[in-house]
Design a protein around this ligand. Structure first.
Ligand SMILES: Nc1nc2c(ncn2[C@@H]2O[C@H](COP(=O)(O)OP(=O)(O)OP(=O)(O)O)[C@@H](O)[C@H]2O)c(=O)[nH]1
Length: 193
């Protein structure tokens, strides 16, 4: 996928602030620190449009990135970060749920899982929740450069088994360091939209 234009087009915390366009939207969800911002940056070939850091829990709003004037990536706050106050987490939960359930332009959710670890309880809840609400889901196993290639299949199998992955859902190994999986991820996203 050739990227010609990217803008951080909108930042929203409530529906009145969602962009007033009909572009198809793909949301990015995952545990805090899973590599969501790095995934976005790699997909759009930018070093740091989406902010990355070693500091979990920094994305607190719905961030709409407009790509090639054709699609929005929507970065949502990561879940499972204990240091964020409970009241704030509850607010994020409501904001994300409302967006996922009510937004007509939303065509699917990319759910990022750290390829090194077993999916967490929250990863499983999120996956089941998306299936329950019939939202198409693409699974991305992040940071695969951190495990030896000989163990990739084993780690993929663990993710599949732990999540109870459905046959029809794609599970794609990805590295923001090397760009591995980028083309497959774009192809899959284009199919979903
Ligand atoms: N080696 C390696 N490190 C990665 C990769 N993706 C992300 N990281 C590192 O993991 C850390 C977290 O990455 P972010 O992209 O900021 O994670 P995030 O999910 O956006 O974090 P939140 O905003 O807290 O939700 C950073 O130190 C990244 O450099 C990857 O594919 N390979």
């Amino acid at each position: 996928m050739k990227i010609t234009k990217v803008d951080l087009a909108h930042i929203a915390v409530k529906p009145e602030q969602y962009p007033n366009t009909f572009l198809p939207e793909i949301a990015l969800a995952g545990r805090s620190n899973v590599g969501k911002s790095s995934f976005i940056n790699k997909m759009i070939n930018r070093k740091s449009l989406a902010r990355t850091s070693g500091q979990p829990g920094k994305t607190q709003t719905l961030n709409f990135y407009e790509i090639n004037e054709k699609i929005h990536f929507v970065d949502v706050p990561g879940y499972g970060f204990a240091k964020v106050a409970r009241s704030v987490r509850d607010q994020w939960g409501k904001m994300i749920e409302q967006f996922f359930m009510e937004r007509e332009q939303l065509k699917g959710v990319v759910l990022l899982i750290d390829s090194r670890h077993k999916p967490s309880k929250e990863d499983k809840l999120m996956y089941d929740w998306l299936i329950h609400f019939e939202i198409p889901v693409i699974l991305i196993a992040t940071k695969c450069d951190k495990i030896p290639k000989s163990k990739w299949q084993k780690h993929l199998n663990i993710i599949k088994d732990e999540l109870g992955k459905r046959e029809e859902d794609q599970l794609i190994l990805f590295s923001s360091e090397t760009g591995y999986g980028r083309e497959t991820a774009w192809r899959t996203i284009q199919k979903v939209i």
